[in-house]
Every structure is written in C-alpha cells, then in structure tokens.
Design a protein around this ligand. Sequence first.
Ligand code: FPP
Length: 250
Amino acid sequence: MTSRPAATGGAPLHGSAGGVVPRHVAIIMDGNGRWATKRGLPRVAGHRAGAEAVRKTLRAAVKSGVEVLTLYAFSSENWRRSEEEVSDLKGLLGYYLERELDELDREGVKLRLIGDHTAFGPHLVERLERAVEQTVHNGRLTLVVALNYGARSEIVAAARRLALQAADGKIDPASIDEASFGAELMTRDLPELDLLIRTSGEKRLSNFLLWQSAYAELLFVDTLWPDFDEAAFDAALEEFAGRQRRFGGR
Ligand code: FPP
C-alpha cells in the first residue's frame, strides 16, 4: 500500500482480519426501477426495497469499521422524474428516518447531509435536521446522505466563494491550492474518499463526488441496488483490500 499525498488526509486502516478497511465508502445506489420492472411492480416498490438495502448495507458498514458511508439518495437531476416518483422518494425518506432514527442513534451512527436539502419542503427538512441534531455526538460511523446534491454545483459554489474572498482582498488568489479548495466543499471535514461503488452495471459517476473521487477506487457491480446486502458490501471491501493503490506513483 503506497501512502497518500499529504493533502489527502490519511490512509485506510488495517482491519481486524488483516485486510485494509476503507475509511470512507460512497455508493451510487442504482437499479431500483429496473428491479421493480423485472417483477412487474411500480417503481416505488423498487425504492422501498432500496431502503431495505440501505439498512443492510449500513449494518455491514458499522460492523466492518468503515468510518464514513456516503449514499447518493437524490441527485439534483432527480427532480426531472415524475412528480409522483419524487413525492414517493420524499415520503420514503421521511418514513425511513421515522422508523430507523432511534436504531441509528443506538448504533452510534451520526447522520450528515450534503446537497441542498432545503428544497424538500418544511416537513421533511424539519425531520432531517432533527435527525442530524439527535445524532451529532455519535462517533461510530458517519452516514452522509446526499440529497439534492450535484458535484459540479458544489465545485462551482466553492470556486465562487474563493473568488469573492479574493475580490474582497481577504485571500491572495495565488494562495489557493487543493487543500484550501477542498476546505470549501461540503465534505470538508470528512476523510478522503477511498472506495466508490455503483450498482446496477452502469459505469458512470453521474455528477457524484467528482472532486472527492480523484484517488478513489471505483467499483461497478451488476447487482441491482435492492439486491445489495451485507455480503455484497463485504465483497466490495474485499475487492478494495486486494487492489494496490498508487496515487500516481509507482
Ligand atoms: C436509483 O434507482 C435510486 C434512486 C434515485 C433513489 C435511491 C433511494 C433509495 C434507495 C431510497 C431511500 C434512501 C434512503 C437513504 C433511505 P433508479 O430509480 O434510477 O433505478 P433505474 O435506473 O433502474 O430506473
């Protein structure tokens, strides 16, 4: 295992079984719709099954010693879906929080949000923020839920903030570097992304964590998200442990 560049915040850890455990895993949970269609069910049934897969995956992540699990639950492009599907996804998120929050809290999970969740309406916003508040002191695993998130707009917002600071004479443009840019992103205080998984056989990043995935291992699996479970998560960690990471060196 080669070491990370200094600015990238520490290397993955060795787990109890001797393998290298990624500190930060992110997942593009794809394939809910296809899972439902294959069964002649409405798309919402796929999302419901997808929420169950979230539960199983989270449990596996806690057990494995992963520090941060980031899930792409709703992209800024997902607003283009039908009004009915958007409403189903919002409802499901609220229901999941209602049902799982105390359990997450007991398990030591800290909930964090990235993206602009304020677009989801006062009821869900209130629930989300209450959940974040309730779990803020937990330290076993941080669950980052990306809601109304888009990486390009995250990067543009960071650039705009730095440009404004420079225009105000608060910073010297020449002093802007990867570390100061990274510090303007929503993931600023999270460990570097180690492993990015996308399910359902699609091989794209779809505007997810574009800056953060610069050195991440990418893993594309054919499993549709609702079929993803503890065993699938463990298999992904095993694949990660077997890869030799170079960070551009030899
Ligand atoms: C992609 O499948 C999935 C989503 C857009 C939503 C993910 C949401 C969940 C798993 C539900 C709840 C989430 C949490 C955090 C509790 P798709 O609909 O694009 O599938 P398709 O490509 O087969 O149509």
